[in-house]
Design a protein around this ligand. Structure first.
Ligand SMILES: Nc1ncnc2c1ncn2[C@@H]1O[C@H](COP(=O)(O)OP(=O)(O)OP(=O)(O)O)[C@@H](O)[C@H]1O
Length: 748
């Protein structure tokens, strides 16, 4: 048998001695290994919320995806027109017949589409965020994904048919060989032995070549599909509203890497293995019946219980795999979070604590893996035993049939081999279905990403003319973050920022300064009210076109790996070196000229000081030549030297009066630079006016806020003041004396 296994292995189907020892399903074919892997990892990424998910629709997705999603493909509700009631009975019956056919057709369509859980666009966002697609819809999409590769896949299927046919010849040939050698015949398969052997060798070579060709084509097609899906999914992600990526970055990365891989495998290798298993099983059973129907029936008695066991085992394993997947996710999340904050962990000597926390997560994974190992052991042991017992029956009964000369020894051998092939193929088919299910699970996660419509579509709306300028006006703006619906952040903001002027948004921490800026950037839309630019609701402008007019400097500026030039020109691909240098000069970035390679110096996330990063990020905003500049606490994290440098840059920009500047600020030094101050309290504008007026106005909210802020700043600068002194200062604040100092200090 070992010798047989070697010869069979040469054409791609390696029936090892253990297969025959174990009776069945231990066929170490490629498909069997896939099966095993599929079963063991069964359910990995399989949709856990298939039934609850209502897929969304994205019109930018290629037609292959849209076709099954478009709301237009949804049949209208069948209805009989009222006018029909006035028709004659014959007309009526003719119409009714036509209509009933039409209705029947529609209702079938309706059933199909409702099975696919198609939902119109309006319902898109009611679906569970991050949810997955309906299973059947995913299978169709999965197959559609393979469409562009249909020619290649067709060739691969052709090659598969050739290699499978050759494989299925092997048991028959071996049986005939045994009979040939145990008889005195000089003819083998009607030919002289050398000719027949030569022909067989050529056939096997053809089989091997076809098998290799199939594998190569399937794998390259799979990789092409993966690459295409990854690009589309990433593009779709980039076009979402920022909050989406903020909330689900880790999950998106896993969809782009792991799920796309599973998906590609599923529509190529898995499909090919499934087809191969199907062909082998069908041809194998047919050949067995042809050799001996009686013996085959005995053999087939074993298949149903094993299949039933496999079904239950598969289901259990899928559940277990889902749990394992979640536990692995938790484990990775814990490690990732702590590794990203490595310095904090080290500074607080928290290594033992973190090791314990991680070890708990590892243990959860281990416990699940142990359960899986137990089930796998029981299943494989039981199926091996069943197979061996079946083989024993087959040999006993087969031997009896040989002894009464109903079949030959060669026939019995062929039958034994076919039964091993069929066993392997049944196992392969189980693997195919589990693989397909994994593909469906992964596919639903990827398709969800592909189909997701952004809440703020980038290209929806009119283009904003570059020459247009005007005031930015908030009209009764009410806003809460989608992820925290219970808190109303802005409760009716009204304010106007004239073009070319500067406004400082002031308020305690959490009062909504950054939120106002995010609304201007259209990272979110207000729940009520509107924000207008030159009299037009900014929602009417395509976000892409609107954001072209805005320069943003975030509190924590992000630099990307690349040169200084690339970082400043980020988002302005047409910017020349002169433009970049001019923006750098305007942003007070003198230090760039002192860097070793100037603007060509490579920088990264942390290779510059906070102040330098902040100024580069101001230059990045300025190089776009914006009409509106949003500065979010641009100096809050800087020391006084860096703060002065950044403030000087901001001063220059404000003085030129061709950019509308809206700065969210805590520090007096920043606030004092703006022409107007808007004080935010409890989600509304509590006070607004010129800085010097507000700071002198007795009992103004602004003065109270500034007094508190001054205190914070003094304390943070390490000024030692005892309690009476602080109280005295507060008193002075109330009386306005200190405010004057503040004004003076701010102006300095
Ligand atoms: N992405 C978010 N999701 C949910 N709530 C948020 C989000 N960002 C901010 N918030 C909440 O909205 C409120 C206003 O936050 P915002 O950042 O606008 O305040 P701020 O005035 O800029 O504060 P700070 O001066 O501390 O930067 C806070 O209560 C904050 O917790």
């Amino acid at each position: 048998m070992l010798a047989l296994s070697t010869s069979i292995g040469s054409i791609g189907l390696n029936v090892s001695s253990s297969i025959l020892r174990n009776g069945l399903i231990r066929c170490s074919t490629e498909s069997a290994s896939v099966t095993r892997r599929g079963i063991l990892q069964n359910g990995y990424g399989v949709n856990r919320q298939i039934s609850s998910y209502k897929p969304s629709i994205n019109r930018r997705i290629p037609t292959t995806f849209i076709r099954h999603n478009s709301s237009s493909s949804r049949p209208p509700t069948p209805s009989i027109p009222k006018s029909q009631s006035s028709t004659t009975p014959s007309e009526s019956s003719a119409i009714t017949q036509t209509d009933s056919k039409e209705i029947a057709k529609r209702s079938i369509l309706s059933r199909i589409t409702s099975n696919l859980s198609l939902k119109p666009v309006a319902e898109t966002h009611t679906s569970k965020e991050g949810g997955e697609e309906n299973g059947s819809s995913s299978v169709i999409k999965l197959l559609e994904l393979a469409k562009p590769e249909s020619r290649n896949l067709g060739i691969a299927v052709g090659l598969l048919l050739v290699s499978s046919s050759v494989s299925m010849l092997v048991p028959l040939t071996i049986g005939k060989l045994i009979d040939f050698f145990s008889s005195n015949s000089t003819q083998f398969l009607g030919l002289s032995f050398p000719v027949a052997a030569g022909l067989l060798a050529v056939t096997f070579c053809i089989g091997a070549t076809a098998n290799a060709g199939r594998a190569i084509i399937m794998r390259t097609s799979g990789q092409r599909i993966i690459a295409r899906v990854r690009n589309q999914a990433y593009l779709s992600t980039l076009r979402q509203e920022p909050e989406f990526a903020d909330r689900s970055a880790g999950d998106i990365v896993s969809r782009l890497s792991v799920d796309t891989n599973i998906l590609g495998d599923s529509v190529t290798s898995n499909l090919s293995d499934g087809l191969r298993a199907l062909i082998s099983a069908t041809v194998g059973v047919a050949a067995m019946f042809w050799i001996s129907a009686k013996l085959t029936l005995v053999m087939l008695c074993v298949v149903p219980p094993v299949s039933l066991g496999a079904v239950f085992y598969g289901r259990y394993l899928r559940k277990l795999s889902n749990l394992t997947q979640e536990a692995v996710g938790e484990m990775s999340k814990t490690a990732e979070e702590k590794l990203n904050a490595f310095k904090t962990v080290a500074a607080y000597n928290s290594q033992p604590l973190e090791a314990t926390l991680f070890s708990k997560k590892v243990d959860q994974v281990f416990q699940l893996a142990k359960k899986e190992a137990l089930m796998t052991g029981i299943f494989w042991g039981a199926s091996g035993l069943t197979g061996n017992l079946a083989m024993l029956c087959l040999l006993g009964y087969g031997g009896h049939l040989v002894s009464i000369s109903e079949i030959t020894v060669g026939d019995l051998t062929s039958l034994l081999m076919y039964s091993a092939y069929v066993g392997g193929s049944v196992s392969g088919l189980t693997g195919f279905f589990t693989g397909l299910m994994r593909g469906v699970g992964a596919g639903s996660r990827v398709f969800w990403l592909l189909d997701r419509t952004s809440h703020i579509p980038l290209d929806k709306g009119t283009k904003l003319d570059h020459s247009r300028n005007g005031p930015i006006r908030f009209e009764n703006v009410v806003f809460r973050y989608p992820s925290r619906k219970e808190v109303v952040v802005l409760k009716g903001i009204n304010m106007t920022v004239e073009p070319g002027t500067s406004v400082a948004l002031v308020g305690s921490s959490g009062s909504g300064k950054s939120s106002i800026q995010q609304l201007i950037s259209r990272f979110y839309d207000p729940e009520e009210g509107r924000i207008t630019f030159d009299g037009t609701d900014i929602k009417e402008f395509a976000p892409e076109s609107w954001r072209e007019r805005i320069g943003v400097v975030f509190q924590d500026p992000i630099l990307f790996a690349g040169t200084v030039h690339e970082n400043i020109a980020y988002g302005s691909p047409d910017a020349t070196r002169e433009d970049v240098e001019e923006a750098a000069r305007a942003a007070n970035c003198d230090f760039i000229w002192d860097l070793p390679q100037g603007f060509d110096t490579l920088i990264g996330k942390a290779s510059l000081s906070g102040g330098q990063r902040q100024r580069i990020s101001i230059a990045r905003a300025l190089v776009r030549n914006p009409s509106i500049l949003l500065l979010d606490e641009a100096t809050s994290a800087l020391d006084s030297t860096s703060e002065n440098a950044v403030n000087a840059a901001i001063d220059d920009i404000i003085r030129q009066k061709n950019i509308t500047v809206i700065l969210a600020a805590h520090r007096l030094s920043s606030i004092a630079r703006a022409e107007r101050v808007v004080v935010l309290e409890n989600g509304v504008v509590s006070e607004e006016g010129r800085y010097d007026v507000l700071s002198r106005k007795e009992g103004s909210r602004f003065r109270t806020l500034m007094a508190a802020q001054l205190l914070v700043e003094k304390l943070s600068k390490g000024v030692q003041e005892d309690q009476p002194q602080i109280e005295q200062n507060m008193e002075e604040e109330q009386q306005g004396r200190q405010t004057e100092n503040v004004v003076a200090q701010g102006a300095r």
